[in-house]
Ligand binder design. Structure first.
Ligand code: CP3
Length: 332
């Protein structure tokens, strides 16, 4: 499998390609199916429709990997916390349960069914990616009760609450269990999204980002040593990324564009495969600007195995033609 060969360190003439949020609101098929469901989570838990949505970007653009259609905020449901997505507002979570409350993975079975159905329909040449949020990012939604700008509540929780250690360990164990279930259901690769890693104060980078990743990667490798793990500590400083890579030892590191592609190459261990790509705004603008960004990344990484993606997820209203251009320029 092309995608897995790159993750094993094989260099190829053109890189494997997929996009974060490749199944989403910019796609007409997604919008049509989404309109038939009351809420976003209802679509996530409707395995047949979630499978259709997962496969749409593969059928349209022949991406080298599919990512299961789900969300990082499904895990709090297994801890008994209410999660709803409100149109125009985003996620809203109920109050934080007691850390000792039970963990019910069964409520996430429909997501495993999506993985099984998708793996059954996906060509054997294409990889299926399972995913979860990293503990800091998921806990920030659980404690803040939704998206946050200031991250005040989560920081106060980490610095001041006696419940922090129990929740961190719950999330580490829950994430291992969730990703392991996804692997058993057919995921060929798993990815951890630490979307808000840049909000972690420097004195907490070890306890809130590096150590939990070390524990999750170790827990998964004990169970499934052959499954590659992609980590995405988004916008973490290069100074923190170095110890992150050295200690976590992910198979691949997804990076955004806080630094130039060359800076990432110069500063990070040679053993890690990088996943990177243009800014989603550049994809939305398209044209020559996009081509220049694609060419610059291809030139920088020409001697290395790497995965082409975006710096972050595809934005709503991105023209589908720009995605077609992106794919053809990456592969030309
Ligand atoms: O195509 C894919 O990438 C697969 C599915 C996927 C979704 N969310 C679907 C989704 C993945 C991998 C995610 C990850 C996710 N979810 C992250 C980490 C990646 C990142 O973007 O940083 C985060 C932080 C979330 C949490 C989340 N989900 C928020 C804050 C929101 C609301 C804001 C928004 O974009 O609407 C979501 C909703 C969501 N997740 C949508 C999709 C397609 C849009 C929902 C809709 O159609 O109404």
């Amino acid at each position: 499998m092309f995608f897995l060969n790159t993750l094993k360190g094989e260099k190829s003439a053109v890189p494997p390609l997929w996009m974060m949020r490749q199944a989403g609101r910019y796609l007409p098929g997604y919008r049509a199916l989404r309109a038939q469901h009351k809420g976003f989570l209802s679509l996530c838990f409707a395995s047949k429709d979630a499978t259709t949505v997962t496969l749409e970007p593969i059928d349209l653009f022949q991406m080298d990997a599919a990512i299961v259609f789900a969300d990082i905020l499904t895990l709090p449901l297994a801890f008994g916390q209410d999660v709803t997505f409100i149109e125009g507002k985003g996620p809203v979570l109920g109050s934080l349960p007691k850390p000792s409350s039970s963990f019910d993975m069964q409520c996430l079975d429909p997501i495993m069914e999506t993985l099984r159905l998708t793996r059954g329909r996906l060509s054997p040449e294409k990889a299926l990616i399972g995913f979860a949020g990293s503990p800091w990012t998921v806990l920030s939604y659980m404690v803040e009760g939704g998206s946050s700008k200031s991250f005040e509540a989560i920081k106060a929780f980490v610095y001041g609450s006696p419940l922090f250690d129990s929740w961190m360990s719950n999330l580490i164990q829950g994430t291992i269990a969730y990703l392991w279930a996804q692997i058993r259901a057919g995921a060929d690769v798993v990815m951890l999204f630490d979307s808000w890693a840049a909000q972690i104060p420097h004195d907490l980078v070890k306890s809130c980002c590096i150590d939990p990743h070390v524990a999750i990667v170790k827990g998964l490798r004990d169970k499934a040593p052959h499954i590659p793990i992609i980590t995405f500590p988004r916008h973490l400083s290069l100074k923190s990324l170095k110890p992150f890579v050295d200690q976590v030892k992910p198979t691949a590191l997804a990076v955004g564009n806080s630094y130039s592609p060359q800076d990432y190459l110069d500063d990070l261990s040679n053993d890690v495969i990088l996943q990177t790509g243009p800014d989603p705004v550049v994809l939305k603008l398209g044209g020559d600007l996009l081509k220049r960004h694609v060419d610059a990344i291809k030139t920088t990484f020409r001697d290395r195995p790497y995965i082409m993606n975006l710096a972050h997820g595809v934005l709503p209203k991105t023209p589908v033609n720009h995605v077609r251009d992106f794919v053809s320029w990456v592969r030309s």
